[in-house]
Design a protein around this ligand. Structure first.
Ligand code: FAD
Length: 393
């Protein structure tokens, strides 16, 4: 991988040096050389009449190559720690690997990556670690090429990643380099017992249909999965596994991106994804002031306040509170839905909650089909009664 100069063809005319927007080519002893700063943009290639510059590409993936074995999880890190979604995917990946009677691997890239044993405790049989100062800010272009290179070397037949902000931007690059398919935002993964193919299920047509997608002709089969769709297994500290540390050669390659700063979304004071209890309100709340009642109930329960989409669209509550297909996916121990009908797009974000309590005055509301406990009644009467009971016993 990289820009190569065919010294037999290079006549040292220097034409390419002028075409390089990054000043990454120089003349040394009458021939062109690549120095630090090359981004592999390819601008120099057309400038050379002698075809002396070549970008060495990774080999294309052979179609459905049988030598591909095992399931891999891309273990994303943030502030030096593995994201929860990595453990969620390991738990699901373990089932897929067992169904294929193969190994479960985890792969991580970055700098100062610690605690890889936790990935083994989470279900991985082995962990591949690419640790380099050059990857400290996770330059996506370099990381994508490296991950593609590692995948081509170790040949997992399935690669899973979280549909996080990073996963959504980084993993498609990896799939494109490998020339394989990627199913984004999956909500279900299963192995077809007959063909052994990964069946990747995701909502489509605005969430009105569930599509099951397969990738029969290319390897690996790649999917991203939203955080909180699967539950992590309890860590098993007795599990044993191997750790492979791989080099990253940063010579001759420079990222095209530079992280200037990381700006935290200060508007997002409520971390819905991390809440054990969520009290959510829908259009049935009627107006923004009525959310104060939910805040009070949430306060009494130590809960976070969520919402269906209409209150967000109406500007009653900010977007980070939205639960559902185009909002957050949550998996709390308790989810109390107040004045929410239970549209499929809302259910997509909360139906894996351990206990769902629905308060709705319409007995035919679809939310009751997924509710553990249903309260048919006026929320303006029921919620104050709950608050009173919680506060006054
Ligand atoms: C592409 C797409 C993506 C979407 N993404 C999302 C998403 O991420 N999240 C989401 O939530 N929606 C999403 N939607 C919208 C979704 O289809 C529904 O329109 C929405 O979930 C409905 O919200 P709701 O239940 O609050 O409102 P409604 O469907 O209007 O339901 C209000 C409920 O409140 C009840 N009610 C009214 N008054 C009272 C009262 N006094 N006491 C008790 N109950 C009462 C009613 O009986 C009713 O069941 C999406 C839609 C599309 C097309």
């Amino acid at each position: 991988m990289g820009l190569l100069i065919d010294l037999d063809k290079c006549i040292g005319c220097g034409q390419c040096i002028e075409f390089c927007p990054f000043g990454a080519l120089e003349m040394v002893g009458g021939k062109v050389e690549v120095r630090e700063g090359c981004t592999l943009c390819g601008a120099c290639l057309d400038s050379c009449a002698y075809e002396a510059l070549i970008i060495e590409e990774l080999e294309a993936t052979p179609a459905a190559d049988e030598s591909y074995r095992g399931v891999w999880v891309f273990a994303e890190t943030k502030d030096g720690e593995f994201s929860r979604v990595a453990y969620e995917l390991l738990s699901e990946g373990r089932k897929l690997a067992d169904a294929r009677q193969s190994e479960l691997g985890a792969v991580c890239l970055g700098h100062d990556i610690g605690a890889v044993d936790s990935l083994i405790a989470g279900g991985a049989d082995r962990v591949c670690v690419v640790d380099s100062p050059a990857l400290a800010d996770f330059p996506e272009d370099l990381c994508a090429r490296k991950l593609a290179e590692v995948i081509l070397e170790y040949k997992p037949e399935i690669v899973l990643a979280g549909a996080t902000a990073l996963g959504r931007s980084f993993i498609p690059r990896v799939a494109a380099i490998l020339g394989t398919g990627l199913t984004a935002d999956c909500t279900g993964l299963e192995i077809d017992p007959e063909t052994g193919l990964l069946m990747q299920t995701r909502p489509t047509f605005g969430g009105n249909l569930m599509a099951t997608i397969i990738c029969p002709g290319k390897r690996p089969q790649m999917s991203t999965v939203r955080p909180r769709v699967f539950k992590p297994d309890a860590p098993d500290q007795t599990r044993k596994g191997g750790v492979i540390r791989l080099d990253f050669n940063s010579e001759g390659v420079t990222s095209r991106t530079k992280l200037l700063s990381f700006v935290e979304d200060l508007a997002e004071t409520v971390k819905l994804e991390d809440a054990d209890v969520i009290v959510a309100g829908g259009r049935g709340l009627e107006k923004p002031e009525n959310f104060a009642m939910l805040e009070e109930l949430a306060g009494a329960l130590g809960a976070a306040v969520g919402s269906s989409r209409p209150p967000v669209d109406e500007g009653w509550v900010p977007y980070p509170r939205q639960v559902g297909q185009t909002g957050k996916t949550v998996c709390p121990k308790l989810y109390i839905a107040c004045g929410i009908s239970g549209a499929v797009q809302h259910l997509a974000g909360m139906q894996t909650a351990d206990v769902i309590v629905a308060i709705n005055d319409d007995p035919a509301a679809p939310i009751f089909e997924v509710a553990t406990y249903g309260i048919i009644g006026d929320l303006f009467k029921v919620v104050p009664m709950l608050i009173d009971r919680l506060k006054n016993g």
